[in-house]
Each structure stands twice: as structure tokens, then as C-alpha cells.
Design a protein around this ligand. Structure first.
Ligand code: C2E
Ligand code: MG
Ligand code: MG
Length: 313
């Protein structure tokens, strides 16, 4: 498939240079709109391009300046009221741009290939953090790390994961890897083998943003998926929209029938939590329980939470 950018002479520009620049901006807009489509140039695309350029330049310096950080968002087990896992989420505080959303900078890290090294850094950092929680006496949990397609296609990726585990001393069961449906679509043989090897070693695999891609059920059969994470967009619908409610119920009962763990993302209200609990969803993640927390805050949150005996929901 191809993403196509279109610009029109002479309305949009009169020199070859301008026209090529416009077409390039339009092509990026087409890629952002889900790829494999076309987009016409509009003047507002130029400001977007400027922003993209600023992010791109900033990212190159971000590594040297150590501007990246990892935050942790605890998830709540709805059956036991315990915290079984947290998700590691990257943060970037840029000197020039301030705090930039991962939704903006991760795709650019992917485009430039930097995501391979930065992703390895996130993995190591998350494992070290996990080890320091274990040392602080916290019960074993799972720390989930998001993966980009590029990382999974690297031949050395499985080795990178094992190294992060052995260096930190975290057991394989303490690590979860979050992938998305689109990563499996390309059906890269390297990725399939890597996932199977990681799973065989005891590492959990979660399917992130479930429901937003093809949601092909054959993925659940072909890939070793332990956990399904229902995308936030469905959760925000459940209290207002009956289709939204039924979709969530269906995903949860499918997950249960297939013996997969089901996590609902983006739970922001008690009402949503109660509904999910009544549908027997296994785990929730969202601002209602906790926002993503900076390392020290996360440590404090976990220590406080575990020191209180069984929380009543
Ligand atoms: P994700 O993996 O689906 O992560 C969940 C996102 O939902 C996070 O956004 C989190 O802050 C947000 N969230 C959690 N609870 C709520 C809620 O109740 N309401 C709302 N509105 N949002 C909630 P964040 O941190 O901005 O990350 C966005 C995406 O960037 C992630 O989506 C993930 O795909 C990607 N990402 C983040 N860190 C990494 C990383 O280290 N590596 C890779 N490859 N991707 C990452
Ligand atoms: Mg995730
Ligand atoms: Mg998600």
C-alpha cells in the first residue's frame, strides 16, 4: 500500500521546491490518517510540519540531555482488589518544547529508527525499577512495557529482553510486553518467533488497544496472547451508549471463554468501574484508580496501597 500527498499548481505553490514540500506535508498527513490513503495539501499542514521538525530535532538532543523518563500507572485487579501490575509509560520533557505527548513523539522515534535504542532503555529502566520495588519488600507484580513494531523485528530483541531481566534480577514472570494488533498484521516471521520465544520463557504478552485495529480473532489463536487490553474508546462509551456496553461485554466474555485476562483501559469514573466489575472484567487501568506516576510517586503509591490490608472497593 502507499500513502499519497497531493498538491496543486499554481494554487498551492509555483516553484518545484514549494510543490514538493507541500506534497511531502500532505503525504505525512495521509500517513497519520492511518496510511494507505491520499491527502490534499492545505496551508495548515505547514504549521504541523514545523512542529514535526521541532520534535524531530528535539528528539535527537533528548537522548544526550537525558530528557526521557518513565512513569508507571498501577492497574487494579477487580476480583481481589490488589495491584498485580503496572504499565511503564514513556515521558519526554523537552527543554524547548516542554512536555510532549508520547502519541506525538513515539511515531517519530519509530520513523527515525531511534525507537530501537530508546525502547531498550525503557525496558532496562522498567526492570531496574521493578527490582528496586522488590528490594523494598513489595510483593511480586508485573511491569508492562510497550513495544514498537521496529523493536520486535530486530533479530536481537529476544536477547535484549533476557539481558534486561538478568541484569536487573527480575524473573521473567515479572515482565509483560504490550503489542498492538497492527504490529501483528505485517505477520513478520521474526516477530512471530520472537513472541513465542518470549512467551515460552514466561514473559506475559498483552494485546494493547484491542478493538481499534482489525481485531482479528485468528491473532488470538496464532499468537501467544495472555492479556487483552480493551481500548479506552470503548470504555468511555459504556455508560452512555448501548452498543458500547454490548461490545465491552462481548470482549470480556470472549476473553473469559478463551482463558485470557481482560483489562479495561481509560477507566475514569466509579460508574465505569462498577459496570466493568459487574461484567467480571479482570483488571482496570485509568485515572479513576491512578494516573501514570513518576517513579518516586509510584513507589509511594504501591507501598501505601500494599500496607493497607485488602482494599474494599
Ligand atoms: P497505551 O499503551 O495504550 O497507554 C495508555 C495510555 O492511556 C497512556 O497514554 C495513559 O496515560 C493513558 N491513560 C491511562 N488512563 C487513562 C484515563 O483514565 N483517561 C485517559 N484519557 N487516558 C488514560 P500516554 O502515556 O500518553 O501514551 C500514549 C501511547 O504512547 C501509549 O498508549 C503507547 O502506545 C505509547 N507509548 C508510551 N510509552 C511507550 C514506550 O515506552 N514505548 C512505545 N513503543 N510506546 C509507548
Ligand atoms: Mg500500553
Ligand atoms: Mg492502550
Amino acid at each position: 500500500s502507499a500513502s499519497i500527498g497531493i498538491t496543486i499548481f499554481p494554487d498551492d505553490g509555483t516553484t518545484p521546491n514549494d510543490l514538493l514540500k507541500n506534497a511531502d506535508s500532505a503525504m505525512y498527513a495521509a500517513k497519520e490518517n492511518g496510511k494507505a490513503n491520499f491527502q490534499f495539501y492545505t496551508p495548515s499542514l505547514n504549521t504541523e510540519i514545523q512542529e514535526r521538525l521541532a520534535i524531530k530535532n528535539g528528539l535527537i538532543k533528548a537522548v544526550e540531555r537525558e530528557e526521557f523518563d518513565v512513569f508507571y500507572q498501577p492497574k487494579l485487579n477487580l476480583h481481589s482488589g490488589r495491584i498485580d501490575s503496572v504499565e511503564a509509560l514513556m515521558r519526554w520533557n523537552s527543554e524547548e518544547l516542554g512536555s510532549v505527548s508520547p502519541a506525538k513523539f513515539i511515531p517519530m522515534l519509530e520513523e527515525s529508527g531511534m525507537v530501537v535504542d530508546v525502547g531498550e532503555w525503557v525496558l532496562q529502566k522498567a526492570c531496574k525499577q521493578h527490582q528496586s520495588w522488590l528490594r523494598a519488600g513489595l510483593p511480586p507484580i508485573r511491569v508492562a512495557v510497550n513495544l514498537s513494531a521496529r523493536q520486535l523485528r530486530e533479530l536481537r530483541f529476544v536477547g535484549v529482553v533476557h539481558e534486561a531481566l538478568s541484569k536487573s534480577g527480575v524473573p521473567a514472570e515479572g515482565l509483560e510486553i504490550e503489542i498492538t494488533e497492527s504490529m501483528l498484521m505485517s505477520d513478520s516471521a521474526v516477530a512471530v518467533v520472537a513472541l513465542q520465544e518470549l512467551h515460552d520463557a514466561g514473559i506475559h504478552i498483552a494485546m494493547d488497544d484491542f478493538g481499534t485495529g482489525y481485531s482479528s480473532l485468528s491473532y488470538l489463536k496464532r499468537f501467544p496472547i495472555d492479556t487483552i487490553k480493551i481500548d479506552r474508546s470503548f470504555v468511555s462509551d459504556i455508560t452512555s451508549n448501548s452498543d458500547g456496553t454490548e461490545i465491552i461485554r462481548t470482549i470480556i466474555s470472549m476473553g473469559r471463554a478463551l482463558n485470557r485476562r481482560v483489562v479495561a483501559e481509560g477507566v475514569e469514573t466509579k460508574e465505569q468501574l462498577d459496570m466493568l466489575k459487574s461484567y467480571q472484567c479482570d483488571e482496570i487501568q485509568g485515572f479513576y484508580f491512578s494516573r501514570p506516576l513518576q517513579s518516586d510517586e509510584a513507589t509511594k503509591f504501591l507501598l501505601d496501597y500494599f500496607s493497607k490490608s485488602e482494599q474494599k472497593l
